[in-house]
Design a protein around this ligand. Structure first.
Ligand code: ADP
Length: 158
């Protein structure tokens, strides 16, 4: 069984995240999207809201599940005996950050393998932070996020 996790804030999930989930989950037998809940970070959507949105988006994919993690991702992976961590990269800036992160995770647990998946060109400009800003000005985000997320953003910024 080839299993992998895809950790992130997903605040909120975008078509970019969904594209990585679709492509990466076709490679692995079991694919777990892990919603990070870091005490030091301020999120627009609560942990439960982000989990619920992702569950709605992946419900038709049999080998994809959603979990949350409020500890180190390496601890979470150790508990489930998963070695592969998937991260998406939009460009060189993302890669510099992701590379450092992968080095840190490897320093914490040398058994962890990080796999980078490059974004589909259609989604490389999508960024949760920019989408939240646009939504806060009541801009149209329907091309950037799935319908349930667009509706949830509309509710937040009503
Ligand atoms: P984090 O706060 O951990 O960076 P994000 O929710 O922003 O979490 O992103 C989770 C993962 O998805 C990261 O690896 C990020 O690079 C990737 N990602 C985000 N947006 C895109 C996109 N448009 N295309 C490909 N990967 C993306």
């Amino acid at each position: 069984m080839l299993r992998a996790v895809f950790p992130g804030s997903f605040d909120p999930p975008t078509f970019g995240h969904l594209n990585i989930i679709e492509r990466a989950s076709s490679i692995f037998d079991e694919f777990i999207v892990v919603v990070a809940d870091n005490r030091g970070k301020k999120y627009l959507f609560s942990r439960d809201e982000r989990v619920a949105l992702l569950e709605e988006l992946v419900k038709r994919r049999k080998n994809v599940s959603v979990a949350y993690c409020d500890s180190l991702i390496v601890e979470f992976m150790k508990k489930l005996q998963i070695r592969v961590l998937v991260r998406g990269v939009r460009g060189a800036n993302d890669f510099a950050y992701e590379f450092d992160l992968s080095m840190m995770n490897r320093a914490l647990d040398s058994g962890i393998e990080t796999i980078f998946m490059t974004t589909d060109p259609a989604y490389f400009v999508l960024r949760s932070s920019a989408i939240k800003e646009l939504a806060s000005f009541h801009g149209d985000v329907s091309a950037m996020v799935p319908a349930p997320v667009a509706a949830a953003l509309g509710e937040k910024y009503r």
